[in-house]
Design a protein around this ligand. Sequence first.
Ligand SMILES: [Fe+2]
Length: 523
Amino acid sequence: MDGFDFERLLSTRLRRRGLLVGGGALTGLAIATQFSSRVVAQPRFSGYPFTLGVASGDPLPDSVVLWTRLAPDPLNGGGMPSVNVPVQWQIATDENMSKVVLRGTAITTPELGHSIRVVVGGLQPDRWYWYQFKAGNEVSRIGRTRTAPAFGTPINQLNFAFASCQDWQNGYYTAYKHLAEENLNFVVHLGDYIYEYGPLAIGPRQHNSPEIVSLSDYRNRHALYKTDPNLQEAHAAFPWIVTWDDHEVENDYADLIPEDGQSPQAFVNRRANAYKAYYEHMPLRAAALPKGADMRLYRRLTFGDLAEFNVLDTRQYRSDQPCGDGFKPRCAEAFAADATMTGREQEQWLLQGLSKSQTRWNVIAQQVMMAEYDFVAGSPEIFNLDAWDGYVASRNRILGFIKDRKPNNPVVLTGDIHSSWVHDLKTDFQNPASPTVATEFVGTSITSDFPTAAIATVQAALPENPHTKFFDGQYRGYVRCNLTRNAWQTDFRVVSTILDPNASISTLASFVVENGRPGAMRV
Ligand SMILES: [Fe+2]
């Protein structure tokens, strides 16, 4: 969804179409690619090389991914010479890096934009670690990360936050300043980490280049976003678990179908560029290394016996949006049995994972709103066809499976729509008496816009959507979740404004899901 394109709803305007793989677990040795072999052991940089901060991600009980990228000139291709450069890393059990438990050297290459991905193994479960990089005579800041609890071990509590949609042009990332100060085990990002558009004079800061298409365009855009000090703080404070939505490539793309105006081959190339730059800038495991325009991003992470996260990719494999996309009444295509949001393989993977899971909470971390929502009071019913409302059979298969197989406490986490929502997920949304089988929390954006003019329209439709327990379109922020064995609490954390870097944070609303009882209650 673009800047939550509510003009589409309000005017019913129709749109469009018609490796460096990780170091060995203990040695940290990395493998350079075949394309360049010259290693400059003592590089001289044109400026400080760690301008993009540090990050970690995808925590397992014994390992985490550490990330940085050498970029002395981050907005202009990085500013690195076209040679391989070694980077030393170390990980410690104290914040001063005095108790180092592992260290190694990774080789950064021009092919991966001098990004660094170190998969550190041999760690202890469920504990904090601190890490740091050194290249030449320059050292990075110290980052903090945390391993997951051991598989199956009893866990009494888990804290995390989820975020999405951070259009640079719309405001400041003050939400991340506050998020970095929370007490969290990890952060989940549900997509729209970057936006692809050219500069727009809509907010306090602008993109520095036209709409991005080439690999260097996407690299420079990721670099621009990563120069933000608040985003850097949030990455340095916790491991992140990331997935993408559409704007990491292009608004509302579906599989290999672009939004508009591109030949099929041009879009394949564009998607390959976008995926590669995403991989280079995120603390992902090497299994995600893209192959051309394909990249395996969906994956599962487990936290003791308390929670399992199924992280979905609802862009790369979906069928085209039905009925010409947009906000409008559903045509027959929206109910087509062969329409898919996930692709068949990912759907089977998800259902199998849910049926086998042993954890107390089962999370589906994904992009677009799963609950039905009729956006306009009265008739006709108006749906967002880019969300699961355009893929009704696909949604019914998943919610029907949950009803039949009853995995423990399914909770769906969603981004995309730049506003806060709580829904009961039902087997038949048209029948309020049908069973609630899961709970959905939709987080607002970090900065991306939700048009003020649309708020009243959505609110007026609430009585026609009785499974929707909460909606707010006014505030930006993130969502904090506290899980225990008996309850899941969700706090919608919002900043007072995105136009002031010193904005304050507060809790807009809190909801609780009790163990064994799908659906959220306001507290
Ligand atoms: Fe977005």
